[in-house]
Write a protein that binds this ligand. Structure first.
Ligand SMILES: NC(=O)c1ccc[n+]([C@@H]2O[C@H](COP(=O)([O-])OP(=O)(O)OC[C@H]3O[C@@H](n4cnc5c(N)ncnc54)[C@H](OP(=O)(O)O)[C@@H]3O)[C@@H](O)[C@H]2O)c1
Length: 291
């Protein structure tokens, strides 16, 4: 079993970006600028946004964190997005999800200028991704593809099973894995909460991407020997022995599944850092395309 170390792979990507940004600065060119909007004070969202801002600082990007009250109206949030759309200094806009229930997240995502859609959630970005055209790919699936590329994991002709069909992880993951590219060229089965015989389907998989948000859902008896396991899940579970009062759990029963797998991502330190690296790459490209 080998570890798909997201921290190392993400660092390698950020190191290259840091050199590229320094080069731009030397040439007097614009530095990439990410604007992140955080509505409310959800603990997990705070952590994710802080990690994204920190990655910007480490890599030499400019970042702006815009905090909005939990009772912010949809109208006010849309106004803020319009402001950032119109600001030529802002290259990428990220709205941290989930948003308060009173706000329609689809409306918010659709309001982002597609040329600044570094999370890759705008319908224009999604449509281009499906057609295989250059675009901003959704950060988590893109990060997973970058990790497979970094560790030279063979995907061509493999059967990949993706558990979860959300617009931000499972569905785009299935599209990227089945694309006629390297990595890619998988035969993909996408599963969800209504899938019958999930265990039998997983047992046929060469690659499993678990993205359902149920801690330790994927057990060793659902995995064939030598499978590649990508664990996207992040759930906070209570742990009174920790200062924070919680620890993070993935969707994979790690120790037992790792013993059967060829490659596996840990949680934390697997897909999470790759998501941030992918976001940074998108932001760099957003800046580089225009400036
Ligand atoms: N590492 C990262 O950077 C990162 C980024 C994003 C998300 N995440 C984590 O990834 C997990 C998934 O996120 P998400 O936003 O995609 O979640 P989501 O929107 O809640 O989607 C979960 C998906 O899992 C499916 N599902 C639920 N129970 C299932 C079951 N028993 N069997 C098969 N499928 C089942 C659902 O099916 P239905 O469609 O039928 O309801 C749905 O498609 C969460 O833990 C989240 O925190 C991590």
């Amino acid at each position: 079993m080998q570890i798909l170390d997201g921290k190392k792979a993400a660092q390698a990507i950020k190191d290259v970006l840091q050199i590229d940004v320094a080069q731009r600065a030397n040439e007097g060119k614009k530095i990439p600028h990410l604007a992140a909007i955080l509505v409310g004070n959800n603990g997990a969202s705070e952590t994710y946004v802080a990690a994204k801002v920190k990655a910007c600082e480490e890599t030499g990007f400019k970042s702006t964190l815009i905090r909005m009250d939990p009772d912010t109206t949809e109208f006010r949030l849309l106004e803020k997005i319009e402001e950032l759309n119109a600001d030529p200094d802002v290259d990428g806009i990220l709205v941290q999800l989930p948003l308060p229930k009173s706000i329609d997240d689809k409306k918010v995502i659709n309001a982002i200028d597609p040329s600044k859609d570094v999370d890759g959630f705008h319908p224009m970005s999604v449509g281009k991704m499906v057609e295989g055209l250059p675009t901003f790919l959704p950060a988590t699936p893109y990060g997973i593809m970058l990790m497979l590329e970094h560790y030279k994991v063979e995907t061509k002709g493999k059967h990949a099973v993706v558990i979860g069909r959300s617009n931000i992880v499972g569905r785009p993951m299935s599209i990227l894995l089945s694309a006629n590219k390297n990595p890619g060229n998988c035969t993909v089965t996408i599963c969800h909460s209504h899938t019958a015989n999930l265990k039998e389907i997983c047992l046929q998989a060469d690659i499993i991407v678990a993205a359902l948000g149920i801690p330790e859902f994927l057990k060793a008896d659902m995995v064939k020997d030598g499978a590649v396991i990508i664990d996207v899940g992040i759930t906070r579970v209570e742990d009174s022995s920790r200062k924070s009062g919680f620890r993070l759990k993935g969707d994979v029963d790690y120790d037992a599944v790792a013993a059967k797998s060829s490659w596996i991502t840990p949680v934390p330190g697997g897909v999470g850092p790759m998501t941030i690296a992918a976001l940074m790459k998108n932001t760099y490209n957003a800046c580089d395309t225009k400036n």
